[in-house]
Design a protein around this ligand. Sequence first.
Ligand code: SF4
Ligand code: SF4
Ligand code: SF4
Ligand code: FES
Length: 952
Amino acid sequence: MYSTGYNDLGTPDVAVTPATKLVTLEIDGQPITVPEGTSVMHAAATLGRSIPKLCATDTLKAFGSCRLCLVEIEGRRGYPASCTTLVADGIKVHTETPKLTQLRRGVMELYISDHPLDCVTCPANGHCELQDTAEALGVTDTRYGLSGANHRHADTDTSNPYFTFDPTMCIVCSRCVRACDEVQGTFALTIQGRGFESSVSASQNEPFLASECVSCGACVEACPTVALTEKSLIQIGRPERVVTTTCAYCGVGCSFNAEVKGDQVVRMAPNRDGHANHGHACVKGRFAFGYATHPDRITSPMIRTSIDDPWEQVSWDVAVNHAAAEFRRIQAKYGRDSIGGIPSSRCTNEEAFLVQKLVRAAFGNNNVDTCARVCHSPTGYGLKNTIGESAGTQAFDSVMHADVIIVVGANPTEGHPVFASQLKRRLRQGAKLIVIDPREIGLVRTPHIQADYHLPLRPGTNVALFNALAHVIATEGLTKESYVADRCEADSYSKWKTFVAEERNSPEATATSTGVDPVLVRQAARLYASARNGAIYYGLGVTEHSQGSTMVMCIANLAMATGNVGREGVGINPLRGQNNVQGSCDMGSFPHEFSGYRHVSDPITRALFEDAWGVPLLGEPGLRIPNMFEAALDGSFMGMYIQGEDPAQSDPDTQHVTAALAAMECVVVQDLFLNETAKYAHVFLPGSSFLEKDGTFTNAERRVSRVRKVMEPRAGFQDWEVTVLLSNALGYPMQYRHASEIMDEIARLTPTFSAFSYEKLDRLGSIQWPCTDKAPTGTPTMHVEQFVRGKGKFFLTEYVPTSERATRRFPLLLTTGRVLSQYNVGAQTRRTQNVTWASADVLEIHPHDAELRGITHGDLVGVTSRSGEIVLPAHITDRVRPGVVYTTFHFPESGANVVTTENSDWATNCPEYKVTAVEIVKVNHPSEWQKRFHEFTERQLSLLKGRETTHA
Ligand code: SF4
Ligand code: SF4
Ligand code: SF4
Ligand code: FES
């Protein structure tokens, strides 16, 4: 038997405020004091008294339907349900009496009369609360017999790829319905019918797959029987052990208990003690882990001389020594700076730290850059300059204290689903929502909530719109002058106020650029500025623009001017895309910064690292990723070590990137699969999945959580161990016995991690940096008394329209995003059943634009920009506004980045993915690029022939 050690208290904790009264009562003779509003069941569980229950669980509000949790209260008549009865001062509760046992057994027998007692052969054996409760009550049979009316002939719904619904096992406790409503916020389930006829129904009595269900698994997690069960549990059987680890998908960083049998993962159960997710999850982390054992995994190192040669499968020694020799040869021929490395935002902090150390200490240059370059580098720049730290200011839980929430350039229900569920919970409690996005994202209209304002601006006009919001706030006297006077630089504030107050920044004057009704802009600005707590959440729709850094500063300016930084419920919250984007930035993966965002030119910092690493280090920043590719095409950059990234798919202007990769003499790719970049590689080093390694990830709220090894690495090494091998082969010895020793080094060298250790992390569960002697358990909210930089600094944010604008030749603006079921370049999720929901990228087109061009739903559409042409199926929808088309970039054959341009943020080179001027036209065949892509892919796959394959 395995256990997660979680003690379900039956009903949720009461939200305690300074005004909450305490109540003292007695349970089975033991006194206990709890906050007013606590249920008797919760109080009893706190004392270790476990009252039988079926319809109650502490993630859901009490419901009171199963009648198993009856108690006796002295002086009160009857047998109240302890889950719905609240504590009161002085009451004396009895949870175990002969009468209660008799009543509970009677109820249980009724359940069993309609529930087959074939526990031994049931896949949920040992995993079923009904079975556990029956056993605890000593009920093994029913006086009512099994021949009466029952539900045992109902069909099982197997439509969802990951879980089944077997109505014969359902006890109609409604936990699934409440989980879908209260936890997930999708409202896909109902109980239909009454009395004996009542049953669970998805949407309008549809199969789960056809319903509104988004496959988050909350209902499966809540179900106390086998009625809703993972298919993997049915197929593999009862788990034997549990390993707590962290999701390797998005920046929410959900904690999971991996339930394992042998070396097979049976279930990824969301961890109720998880600080980022509190027991919730989404379809990716919860179910889409099959890629880790997919037959496409390459588990043996390979080398080849040219990308036209077949791969040769070799030993680790041969592969690593070959890579090292090639790198040294290239440096001897082209100079020290002719090679570089890219760590991964999907790998651990420890792995990112080692790659940048390898580049700086073993390559001897600063040519290290991370994929955050193409997503959140403007966040680093904008926040560092305004408030002094390159990270979000809050914990996710802070949203539960926000009164007005702005979501700008982010689509949380698709990209950060577990945070979206929490946000929706707060909105259902009455918080107001302002959505600023060219598309009608899911949050604009969802069941039971609706955005108060949706400002559907034209792509590329964020800065103009935020200047307009600031104009209203500054000119209508809505700024928090005392806050600003206390905490911000007076001079910069006064210049900013004068600037935004200029008429050209008014909602009316900017409307021609933004396309947004000025009345709505004024109302939205007043709503945000007058909130007790106003919070801003943003995503890549803010950063991936030519003015990405300016826009981050706009957000910081607005938050400071309205006093919305430095306490719970407010703040500036970048929603980081990948699981460890925050961490890879923190670890010094940029060419100009050591870990903790300290510039390489700072002699004191450099001396610290030189002393620790025993080599001289360069004080000049190295090349950024786009500059590395430029230099490759110029013939001066010839070798690259790429760990867990796929720039050939994820970076803009694909044809430029692939030409640069093809121009290099030694591309070393370390990955799970032969990804698009690996097709241009000369050395392939097999990677390890998150299930095969120890380390840490840092999520969007600066929360560092443990990644724990669930199974042995399929190729023999964890990713950080491969970097150690490469470094040793390069003649720069690294010696670590465990990932914890790398973290110890990070802590020694990084002030914001100075009090960090694995021992502390294991003890506390997770820690939000800064973790220092002053804040030994971490820092949930930053900038509390003052900004990290001292005084907050306002920047002037002049709107400079992008050069990428609609013209007669390219009259539409293409913008990009994500779907819930797929993740980033899709290398993982495309190799799971998540393709059930999205098996191709499509082009969303407004009906008006489609009609003008004679395009109907499902037609193939050629999308042409000044960079290239691709073909996608049309999806006609009014979620995009006229003049805007939208696609995702999860499938390499779509080539979304073939059409995106080389335009980038002025400060950080973050590509302008969100605005590409295009024309679309109905076609009937793939684009020339797509034809070449297919031929190249076929050829590269044929060159793989002869390798040994791993099997699931
Ligand atoms: S899987 Fe999630 S969305 Fe689907 S019905 Fe269950 S709780 Fe609702
Ligand atoms: S499916 Fe499970 S959770 Fe839903 S009502 Fe039936 S037994 Fe309860
Ligand atoms: S993908 Fe994100 S929201 Fe989904 S389970 Fe993983 S961390 Fe949580
Ligand atoms: S647990 Fe209280 S009525 Fe079901």
